[in-house]
Design a protein around this ligand. Structure first.
Ligand code: AMP
Length: 410
């Protein structure tokens, strides 16, 4: 069985066609700059075990409908295609960013589900509208295939009120849905399950801290397999220091910027989301580049890394306290999977909490799942590559096999 995964953004469509028997992507790619004069398409196909051939195209793609048609044409290309007929695609799984309080699990998309995703647009104005466009074009191109929505927020819906409520007037929660939702749920859930299988225990018996460090970054505290807290909030701006996002700041700073620097709301929004984080401190948002400067003793790169890791360490302490007992810490995503330096700084000095990283294992960790704690460490420290698309595909398969059309809507 083959499942197509779609992550539709405002001017892009990211996709993967996954063979569910082999748990492997047959093809993947990205259509970018949709609506611009020249769009950019990168497409990869599996040519041998774990070996992909990459192709790049430039051509105008006026809208998402044409974008998805192009993807289908590439998948069915007579010479380099991976399928011969679009009916081979048994289902389409969509990444949907915000499910609000409506969705605790994935669902087959019906008109009612689309209405619920629309109703959550105020909570994710930049993400839910293009996610809906992706759903509509996929429905028109694959009318035979069930379409499933998998929500970024769903995994965090088990967070108790004491952790999701802000100390604001309660009415703002009741009437306006202002609360912590959390994001990257698919990634946290995926690595938590992987951690359980590599520790040889049921996830239901495990307490974990999962640390997703990509362009966006977030952490989750998972107790007996269920998420009980996460660092992102009502939006993905809260929490850890990110590439260009500030993460936690004093909520009075925007007033100061408006009052004393005359900045508009829009300027402040741009500042906090696009000009802060690593970029704000040292001028670069890509961690690989920040690390290169760090190696050359660049003062601001050093401070950026210190602030970045200190924030993570504080959250480890906080989540350790929230969990009461910790079995494992999991590092994942671009930075978490690849930077031993960052992992080392985040765990430094936590021995009293039973968290002891093994310097050699950390530095020599290869691609794939690695244990990087010492043999004395009470807490396992793991590096686990995330695979959000595979998780979305598995969830999609589960939903279509259970045939639950409206399960999960509350
Ligand atoms: P992601 O959003 O998961 O693709 O992660 C993107 C982030 O991972 C960027 O900040 C990259 O610089 C960072 N990254 C990717 N590879 C490495 C690496 N080898 N070492 C350090 N950071 C990396």
């Amino acid at each position: 069985m083959k499942i197509l995964i779609i992550n539709s953004g405002s001017s892009s469509i990211k996709y993967q066609l996954i063979d569910m028997k082999k748990n492997e992507a047959l093809a993947s790619g990205l259509v970018e700059r949709i609506g611009e004069k020249q769009s950019h398409i990168s497409h990869k196909i599996l040519i041998a075990e774990k070996s992909y051939q990459k192709m790049v195209y430039q051509e105008p793609i006026p809208d998402h409908y044409q974008g998805l048609r192009k993807i289908v044409a590439l998948l069915m290309n007579p010479e380099k295609g991976v399928i011969t007929n679009k009916a081979e695609i048994s289902a389409v799984g969509h990444r949907v960013v915000h499910g609000g309080e409506n969705f605790q699990s994935p669902v087959i998309i019906t008109e009612q589900i689309k209405d619920a995703i629309k109703a959550n647009i105020p909570l994710a104005p930049l993400h839910n509208p293009p996610n809906l466009i992706g759903i509509e074009v996929a429905q028109s191109i694959f009318p035979q295939a069930p379409q499933v929505a998998v929500f970024d927020t769903a995994f965090h819906q088990t967070i108790p009120k004491k952790a999701f409520l802000y100390a604001l007037p309660y009415k703002l929660y009741k009437d306006e849905r202002v609360r912590r939702y959390g994001f990257h749920g698919t990634s946290h859930a995926y690595v938590a399950e992987k951690a359980a299988s590599c520790l040889g225990q049921s996830l239901k018996t495990l307490n974990l801290i999962t640390i997703h460090l990509g362009n966006g970054a977030s952490m989750a505290a998972i107790k007996n397999g269920q998420c009980i807290d996460t660092s992102m909030g009502m939006t993905p701006l809260e929490g850890l220091v990110m590439g260009t996002r500030s993460g936690d700041i004093d909520p009075a700073i925007p007033f100061y910027l408006a009052d004393y620097l005359g900045m508009s709301l829009q300027d402040i929004n741009t500042l906090l989301n696009k000009e802060s984080g690593l970029k704000g401190i040292c001028g670069i948002n890509d961690m690989r580049e920040v690390l290169k400067k760090y190696e050359k003793n660049d003062h601001l790169a050093k401070i950026a890394i210190e602030v970045y890791c200190y924030r993570i360490k504080k959250y480890i302490g906080a989540y350790w306290a929230a969990l009461g007992h910790l079995d494992a810490i999991v590092f994942t995503a671009g930075i978490g999977e690849n930077s031993h330096l960052i992992r080392g700084f985040c765990c430094e000095g936590l021995e009293e909490l039973g968290i002891e990283i093994d310097k050699v294992k950390n530095q020599t960790a290869q691609k794939g799942i690695c244990h990087i704690n010492t043999s004395k460490s009470k807490v396992s420290i793991l590096v686990i590559p995330t695979n959000e698309e595979l998780r979305i595909a598995r969830e999609t398969l589960k939903v279509i096999q259970s045939g639950s059309f409206e399960e999960g809507v509350h």
